[in-house]
Design a protein around this ligand. Structure first.
Ligand code: FAD
Length: 382
């Protein structure tokens, strides 16, 4: 594999870097999980869209630049290098969009993707329910046929819906055939939340921001045109979404490379001031750097596979365990470096709190280990 960037890729990187430096908002931005902060993030992401940087790897017609996946990785590196935060549009552009590209009808692509890229519609993920998390196929929210209007009516409750309180649309799994075996009889729906039959109740996180919501559905309507991938096909369509969530688009290497750069800076500042008493910290910082580099190289292998036409597959579980554990380790090192000066409200401490959720969301790491055991190693289920 040739890891050198081509002249075109170098020019792409330089252009992205220059634009981000000239246009980035005042940092740090307020949290995207508060009503006020969400608006600030949305304005920033609209600005990215207006300049063609919101979804670089998408076709021009949908607001992208037709960039390669390699260029997308470069953009992500530059984005996080500039100190910018994760995107409030992420569940749409990084999870739902790849699934629409793979399974969507032409009409769905043409109507949904441009509005998503322009942050006109914001999407949240409606999978988990009070009685269905790791065991997603246990979900009981259901859809009933409405032949008169040509669509479906949704009933039930979704929970842990990230930024649900601020989103306009929800993609989710619902049971369309109660008599079918658990994984069958599920359908993937694209729902407009702006209906009286949808009640969205914000749920505060540990830090007090309304990062989650519960979504109650009491007959909300979805037209047939907004079924993604066919009635009864929901499970396999959803598995494609999990591939994006665990494997590539949600957590690109650029995010972790930027954390490591800041960690090294922090170490060097403290070292210069003679504040490093524990010599093992030096090794920990070096370990963090190596882990982030390893993740970048492993991602290069994934992108090569995808560019050759492979699909993400269960290998995404390997990535998910790696990035979530690495994220915690990097932030633990940062807090150790800060020592007694650590401040609970400091950006590092907040990022540390969020890193602790990594082994839970996108499917817990225990579940990923089950997937690896059964689907990659071929071990027996029991
Ligand atoms: C920050 C964050 C954001 C989230 N955002 C969303 C969202 O936007 N949309 C959404 O739908 N959901 C979201 N979730 C929910 C998330 O997907 C679930 O929390 C997760 O799938 C685990 O489900 P659960 O919480 O019901 O735990 P449970 O499934 O009850 O699991 C409890 C514990 O048991 C373990 N366990 C369960 N089954 C097994 C097994 N078979 N083998 C070994 N161990 C097992 C689990 O690993 C875990 O440690 C989010 C969660 C977090 C933390």
């Amino acid at each position: 594999m040739d890891l050198t960037e081509s002249p075109a890729e170098q020019a792409f990187r330089a252009e992205a870097r220059e634009w981000l430096a000239a246009n980035k908002p005042a940092l740090p931005m307020p949290p995207g999980d508060s009503a006020a902060g969400f608006g600030v993030h949305r304005d920033w992401e609209r600005k990215l869209f207006d300049a063609g940087w919101a979804v670089v790897s998408w076709p021009h017609a949908y607001g992208g630049r037709d960039a390669s996946l390699w260029e997308w990785l470069i953009f992500e590196e530059e984005y996080y290098r500039a100190g910018l935060p994760q995107r409030v549009a992420q569940n749409g552009i990084f999870l739902l969009a790849p699934t629409i590209f793979e399974f969507g009808t032409q009409e769905q692509k043409d109507t949904i993707l441009p509005r998503m890229a322009a942050v006109e519609d914001l999407w949240c993920q409606g999978w988990s329910e009070p009685g269905a998390g790791s065991d997603l196929a246990a979900l009981t929210s259901r859809a009933e046929r409405d032949d008169e209007r040509g669509g479906w009516r949704l009933f039930g409750q979704k929970t842990w819906t990230t930024r649900g309180a601020f989103c306009s649309h929800l993609f989710g799994l619902f049971r369309t055939d109660p008599s079918a075996e658990r994984h069958r009889g599920l359908t993937y729906f694209l729902l407009d939340l702006d209906q009286p039959e949808c009640t969205v109740r914000p749920v505060d996180k540990l830090d007090g921001e309304a990062g989650f919501a519960e979504v109650f559905l009491d007959g909300a309507f979805v037209p047939d045109a907004d079924v993604l991938g066919g009635v009864g096909e929901g499970w396999s369509v959803a598995m494609a979404t999990t591939g994006s969530e665990r494997g590539l688009s949600l957590r690109s290497p650029g995010r972790f490379l930027a954390v490591v750069d800041r960690l090294i800076e922090r170490y060097q500042e403290q070292d210069a001031a003679g504040l490093i008493e524990d010599a093992s910290l030096r090794e920990e910082v070096a370990d963090g750097w190596m882990a982030a580099q390893a993740y970048k190289l492993a991602t290069d292998v994934t992108v090569t596979r995808l560019a050759e036409g492979a699909s993400m597959g269960p290998e995404s579980s390997l990535s998910k365990i790696f990035w979530s554990e690495m994220d915690i380790a990097l932030h633990e090192t940062a807090l150790r470096l800060a020592g007694a000066d650590s401040n609970l409200d400091d950006e590092w401490a907040r990022a540390f709190e969020f890193s602790l959720a990594g082994p839970i969301y996108a499917g817990t790491n225990e579940i990923q280990r089950n997937v690896i055991a059964e689907r990659l190693l071929g071990l027996p289920r029991k």
